[in-house]
Design a protein. Structure first.
Length: 305
């Protein structure tokens, strides 16, 4: 078993490749913009590539036309990607191959436990099905997690510690409904796309611990992670598509970009809002200092409205 502290990210020696990976469950909102902008600026400041991936592996949550709308919005905001857009819905064959390899190597197993059963044991899966040789019928697939990273070094947040028991849990890589689990798809795709740096929202701090474990299980180098503060409402809710966050304006992006820069702790000149989008983005790439970004995991949106 490895050390629980993940510090050596071999991928940091690779050429810089970053990414923004929205799900097409609705239009981009201010929280999405903050993440996309931070990711884009960080990549450009390191002379790296910036890719866009559409995480469309959960059809019940997706909205028709949302993927195309997201791409139009990114383009309108001057966030131009460097390669073909990558769609998770086109990766099923590769995901299945990974699952079969894990099962064949006895690094994963079928699990029929329900959420209620897991909740009855404190909400942490205890490995009940690991030795029971379950069949695929009505079963999820869980990976055997003998790594259990629960602490890691974050580019922006410093040393991050997660709940140790949860980080050591055998987590799901295929859901009971047959859909590929987030942890499988995101790690498989970041490996496939040679992602070296992942800049995203602080709501994904805990999943990062599992993903670092999964990289090691798959014997692959892990990228460097940096998490920016999460945008929340005054009521304490995450600004998200699920919470019906309003879409950002495609026709006049400048005020939203300026607000996002302020959210990230920057002080753009007052007259920058009157410039064209490309001028604002160029200013951001040349002037943004991420050491000024607040380190708290959440910031209330109203401060920047």
């Amino acid at each position: 078993m490895s050390s629980p502290l993940s510090t050596a990210n071999q991928a940091s020696n690779q050429p810089y490749v970053g990414r923004f990976a929205p799900s097409p469950s609705g239009a981009l909102h201010f929280g999405s913009l903050v993440t996309a902008l931070a990711s884009y600026i960080h990549a450009r400041q390191h002379q790296g590539k910036w890719l866009v991936r559409i995480e469309d592996i959960d059809p019940p949550r997706e909205q028709a036309g949302a993927a195309d709308d997201i791409l139009r919005t990114l383009d309108a905001y001057g966030l131009h990607w460097d390669s073909e857009v990558f769609y998770q819905s086109q990766q099923s064959e590769r995901y299945r191959a990974i699952l079969q390899t894990l099962l064949k190597c006895k690094q994963a197993y079928y699990c029929t436990c329900t959420r209620a059963q897991i909740k009855a044991h404190g909400g942490i899966y205890q490995g009940h099905c690991k030795t029971l040789a379950r069949t695929p019928e009505n079963a999820a697939i869980r990976v055997i997690n003998n790594v259990g990273h629960y602490r890691f070094n974050d580019i922006f947040q410093g040393t991050v510690s997660c709940q140790q028991a949860l980080a050591a849990e055998d987590f799901t890589v295929l859901r009971k409904d047959g859909l590929f689990a987030y942890q499988l798809a995101v790690v498989a795709d970041d490996i496939e796309q040679n992602i070296s740096h992942i800049i995203r929202g602080a709501d994904l701090l805990e999943p990062t611990a599992r993903q670092l474990s999964f990289y090691q299980i798959l014997a692959q180098p892990a990228p460097l992670f940096g998490h920016v503060p999460l945008v929340v409402t005054e009521q304490g809710y995450k600004l998200s598509k699920q919470n019906k966050a309003p879409a950002i304006d495609q026709k006049r992006p400048q005020p939203s970009i300026i607000a996002a820069l302020k959210f990230l702790g920057q002080t753009p000149p007052s007259d920058l809002v009157e410039q064209d989008v490309d001028t604002i983005i160029d200013w951001a790439v040349s002037q943004v200092n991420f050491t000024k970004m607040p380190k708290q995991p959440e910031i209330v949106l109203s401060v920047f409205e």
